[in-house]
Design a protein around this ligand. Structure first.
Ligand code: NIG
Ligand code: FE
Length: 411
């Protein structure tokens, strides 16, 4: 099946040569073709160029006059498999409690774990698929989903199985990450080592045998898991071939960045608090730093110092962190806008960070993230807009008119 998009006002993120990710100044370049065509065959991009060279052929013709086309967003960090919501804690924070105080009272991650443990696998799937469909409609064509609200052997496996079921039933690319070390569950209070033993000795072998995850994660943070715990988990994950994608430097910088780099993490995420040595340590590595600006927005915590990092020559990716506690939103359009507004990223940098660099942060840079021959045809067709700068400018709104996944119209 061939589909030929014609009269594309501007085709964004066009890359003839394969590129894994962009760093520093390169991030400010977004190659485009104005007045373009794009041919897709059997779900893959097979040709594109200027309308003046548009081939005549037997194909379904889609005239998108006035509209732009770009690759779908890749959301490389989410927790969209969860049960219930935590709007009560949201109101508690408005009334003056901090995220930390709420967690210390047994709220936060433990609150979501309790809810999840009381929810059946079928119900969890039903709740999660609503969020997945919601984000696809908002232009997300690939998503990473973490476990970490189960915190028992059974409940973590249920979460990972729900992710597998979503993978099977939806056309978007989904990557699964095992985040058993998200918080120490109440039953293991004062016995963190015992909980880590359980994750390593009981859970990891099952996850590996049943092929339930691609990546391993840990919340490396004061009051949660230390650098030594992180070493332990990443070492164990490595034995089972799980590459790290870890939560570090959200509230405090305790050395998690260095541990991530040491274990060749595919990405290190959050980074709201960055020391000089964290920035220099990342230089020249294969580890992608990932910023989560809607988490900063929702919790009123600092934004990842994107300007400083990009100006120092680093790459950067953007993701939502969609979860019930710190970011109850999976809107990548808002993330891109907030990166520009609050982190002073240019529209070019933000779009690169949310497409190609984001694809890299979930191991999909060969399949997605750019308009290139042979890549999957996961595409956003925008509403009619004057320039792509309008995409982040129109914050709180979005310019996604249609979404194509593997060449098929999703919305
Ligand atoms: O990425 N920081 C750790 N985990 C999540 C939030 C967890 C929650 O509050 O439920 C995050 O922000
Ligand atoms: Fe997260």
């Amino acid at each position: 099946m061939k589909k030929l998009f014609i009269n594309i006002k501007e085709l964004l993120q066009v890359r003839e040569e394969p590129v894994s990710f962009l760093s520093g100044k390169e991030m400010n370049e977004l190659p485009t073709i104005q007045n373009a065509y794009l041919l897709i065959e059997d779900g893959f991009i097979s040709d594109f160029g200027s309308m003046t060279n548009c081939p005549e052929m037997d194909a379904e013709i889609i005239d998108v006059t006035g509209k732009m086309i770009l690759p779908t967003w890749c959301d490389s960090h989410t927790h969209i498999v969860y049960a219930g919501n935590r709007e009560g804690e949201f109101v508690d924070r408005i009334n003056g409690l901090s995220y930390e105080e709420i967690a210390n009272r047994g709220g936060g991650i433990l609150n979501s774990a309790k809810k999840l443990q009381e929810t059946s696998e079928e119900e969890l799937y039903e709740q999660s698929k609503v969020r997945l469909e919601e984000i696809i409609r908002l232009g997300t064509g690939a998503v990473e989903i973490k476990s970490g609200y189960g915190l028992t052997v059974e409940a973590e496996l249920i979460m990972l199985r729900v992710i597998q079921k979503l993978k099977k039933n939806y056309p978007v690319e989904i990557k699964a990450t095992f985040l058993g070390a998200h918080a120490v569950p109440a039953e293991f209070k004062g016995n963190k080592e015992g909980y880590l033993d359980l994750l390593i000795e009981k859970l990891l072998p099952i996850i590996s045998k049943e092929n339930l995850a691609e990546y391993i994660d840990i919340f490396c943070e004061t009051g949660y898991f230390s650098v030594a715990d992180t070493e332990r988990i990443l070492k164990a994950g490595r034995l089972y071939g799980l590459r790290p994608k870890i939560h570090v430097n959200q509230f405090t910088a305790i050395g998690g960045v260095q541990t991530g780099i040491k274990y060749n993490a595919l990405s290190i995420d959050h980074l709201e608090v960055m020391r000089e040595e964290d920035i220099t340590g990342l230089k020249g590595t294969q580890t992608m730093p990932v910023a989560l600006p809607s988490c900063s927005y929702f919790l009123s915590i600092p934004y990842t110092p994107a300007r400083k990092m990009i100006d120092a020559g680093l790459p950067l990716a953007l993701a939502t962190d969609y979860n019930p506690g710190s970011t109850p939103s999976g809107n990548m359009n808002f993330v891109v806008a907030t990166a520009c507004i609050k982190m002073k990223m240019t529209p070019e940098e933000a779009i690169n960070a949310a497409t190609l660099n984001a694809a890299y942060a979930m191991g999909l840079e060969k399949e997605l993230g750019t308009i290139s021959e042979g890549k999957q045809a996961n595409l956003i067709v925008t509403k009619p807009i004057n320039s792509y700068h309008f995409i982040p400018y129109s914050f709180g709104n979005h310019q996604v008119d249609e979404v194509y996944i593997k060449g098929e119209k999703y919305v």
